[in-house]
Write a new protein. Structure first.
Length: 105
């Protein structure tokens, strides 16, 4: 999978074995959860508490503002996270454009 230089990516290797990373300037680091809604952690590919946790974590990491992320993470989950496949990526540019269209940035 080709990952963006700046953005987020995830991979599901087996049931319950997932990895989500934040890429910045070509450097990778695990994405830390900004939420505790799900007892199973962050996940994707459907609508629910684990994908909502991922959406909130992505937006909080990108914006640096958890409160702002809380205002729109459910819509972000529905539009993006619920549609992610086993391997996915989303660039900072895509996130910025989405937030700008909603007047959040």
């Amino acid at each position: 999978m080709k990952w963006p230089v700046n953005g987020f990516a995830g991979a599901r290797y087996n049931i319950g074995d997932t990895e989500v990373i934040r890429m910045q300037g070509g450097r990778q680091a695990p994405l830390e959860s900004a939420a505790e809604q799900s007892s199973t952690g962050m996940d994707w590919g459907y609508s629910g508490s684990a994908p909502a946790d991922l959406a909130l974590s992505i937006l909080a990491s990108y914006t640096g503002n958890r409160e702002a992320a809380l205002t729109c993470h459910q819509a972000f989950m529905a539009e993006f996270v619920a549609e992610f496949e086993d391997e996915w990526s989303i660039s900072d540019d895509e996130i910025r454009d989405w937030l700008l269209k909603r007047g959040i940035l």
